[in-house]
Design a protein around this ligand. Structure first.
Ligand SMILES: [Zn+2]
Length: 305
């Protein structure tokens, strides 16, 4: 855990160091800016609860998880911009019914006052979910977050039947935490998503965390369905590799899907630095063109930036 003194130091010269590390990464890769499709901004009360949950290493987390960027919103925005992130999201998600609409209102307001944030919305398996999604689309949502692990609902729940149809028709990307990491819940894993894609083959589903730990199975879904993308969030970091190492023999498949992999990081809720996430992607050896596509071009194309 970081002490108050270390925190003060880190925000000073050490933070400058990190900015330089990220700039050096961008130089090596040959991109001026980054697009990060998986970052969390949410109402303060909710973020405080999420942080408290991480602090307590709650059952859905399963291990100590010190938050590196525990700062107020303005400072977190300045940090991301300082890393050269030109576009990011405000991933937020309900853990129970009755929350989605107010979260979406907060997020619409956040996007309105944060021009570099891709307007993000969410939904839960509950009556009226399609109305929440339609309303969010009308508000201008450009990306959705679906949290199967925390929400603990079946993506094939009949309550979501019209919702997925609407999202598939709109062609809006849905970043979905559907892998069984860090801890499996009732509906995580490739099975339910395979069933969903069989019904909605054109859905633009972004598998968060590269599908960790079921990497190979989710890669197979991306190979089968052109609309499926993957985000890199936490993948290859020392933290993730300890419990859920990416299978090295699957690297060529990840290379082949190079136009459908998107940089994601989970900023600010990460137990390591942003630079570490970028550097570990580089250590895959997948090469500069792959990194350039993943860290900037694919996201820019997907969102028409
Ligand atoms: Zn996340």
């Amino acid at each position: 855990m970081t002490s108050a003194t270390e925190q003060g130091t880190r925000n000073g010269p050490v933070r400058e160091d990190e900015r330089a590390r990220v700039a050096a990464f961008r130089d090596r890769v040959g991109v001026d800016q980054l697009v990060d499709v998986h970052t969390h901004f949410m109402p303060k009360r909710l973020l405080d609860k999420v942080w408290a949950y991480f602090d307590a290493a709650g059952p859905l987390i399963g291990r100590p998880w010190p938050i590196t960027y525990r700062e107020d919103e303005d400072r977190r925005l300045a940090t991301l911009r300082g890393f050269g992130v030109r576009a990011f999201t405000s991933m937020l998600y309900p853990h129970k019914p009755g929350m989605a609409r107010s979260l979406n209102d907060w997020s619409a307001d956040f996007a309105a006052r944060t021009p570099d944030c891709l307007h993000t919305a969410t939904f839960y398996a509950e009556p009226g979910a399609e109305d929440d999604v339609r309303r969010a689309l009308e508000q201008g949502a450009r990306v959705f977050k679906c949290h199967v692990q925390v929400g603990a609902f079946d993506p094939n729940d009949p309550l979501l039947k019209a919702t997925w149809g609407l999202l598939a028709e709109a062609g809006v990307p849905v970043v979905t935490h559907c892998g069984s990491g860090p801890v499996a819940t009732e509906h995580t894993g490739p099975g339910p998503i395979a069933a969903l894609l069989a019904r909605h083959p054109r859905l633009r589903l972004v598998v968060a965390h590269l599908g960790m730990p079921e990497y190979a199975e989710f890669l197979a879904l991306a190979e089968r369905y052109d609309g499926v993308l993957l985000d890199t969030t936490m993948a290859f970091t020392d933290f993730a590799e300890r419990d859920a190492p990416f299978p090295r023999e699957a690297l060529p498949r990840l290379a082949a899907l190079g136009d459908r992999v998107l940089l994601g990081t989970d900023f600010p809720n990460i137990p390591y630095s942003y630079a570490h996430q970028l550097e570990t992607l580089e250590h895959t050896g997948l090469g500069t063109p792959w990194l350039r596509a993943v860290c900037h071009d694919n996201g820019a194309r997907l969102f028409g930036l």
